[in-house]
Design a protein around this ligand. Structure first.
Ligand SMILES: [Cu+2]
Length: 188
């Protein structure tokens, strides 16, 4: 009888201990899964950060404050300096001149643009626009290995804004829109 009562009283205790062990296993499992997810997220974050941070060579008034999430949401604009095969743009004089391609483009007020400059020229150029608060220097690159420079713009007001290369280069190109100067049209 006493052994019987012992068995009866041990039954629930065993069940309780099984439940506890089950709970411990579950909690351990959840912690492990959380740790793995955290590791993967941190890894991806680090890779993303590396990819975007490495090419930043120009002065970027807005880029430094941009979070990765904001950057991913930004509209991408790509500019090429003296791209192959010509290594520039042919002017009305028949000569190939230094040029940003495209020389002019359009943006919308309030949208963030992540602008990337690929400089295929063996000398530095800059994309400067005081009215847009940008002064981005694109260091020298080469036809096979352009330098890569990022900056971001979030235009605050509509209008037509001049940009120009502020570094001495092709004199004719510096004086002509569509070469080393041009316009950004910002729409409301
Ligand atoms: Cu230039």
């Amino acid at each position: 009888m006493s052994s019987g009562s012992t068995i009866v009283s041990q039954g629930p205790r065993e069940a309780e201990s099984h439940r506890l062990r089950g709970l411990v296993t579950l909690v351990t499992g959840v912690v492990l899964v959380a740790a793995v997810v955290f590791a993967i997220t941190a890894g991806v974050g680090a890779i993303w950060h590396k990819v975007t941070a490495t090419p930043v060579t120009g002065t970027a008034p807005a880029a430094s404050a941009a979070t990765p999430a904001a950057d991913l949401a930004a509209v991408q604009i790509k500019l090429a300096v003296n791209p192959p095969p010509l290594g520039g743009v042919k002017g009305p004089d028949g000569l190939v001149h230094d040029a940003f391609v495209p020389g002019s483009f359009t943006m919308t007020v309030g949208t963030t643009y992540d602008v990337t400059i690929y400089n295929y020229d063996t000398q530095s150029h800059s994309w400067m626009s005081p009215s847009l608060n940008v002064d981005a220097v694109a260091p020298a690159g080469s036809a096979t290995s352009p330098s890569v420079t990022h900056f971001t713009i979030t235009p605050k007001s509509a209008g037509t804004f001049q940009w120009f290369c502020a570094l001495p280069c092709d004199k004719w190109a510096m004086a002509h829109n569509g070469f080393m100067r041009g316009f950004v049209t910002v729409k409301a």
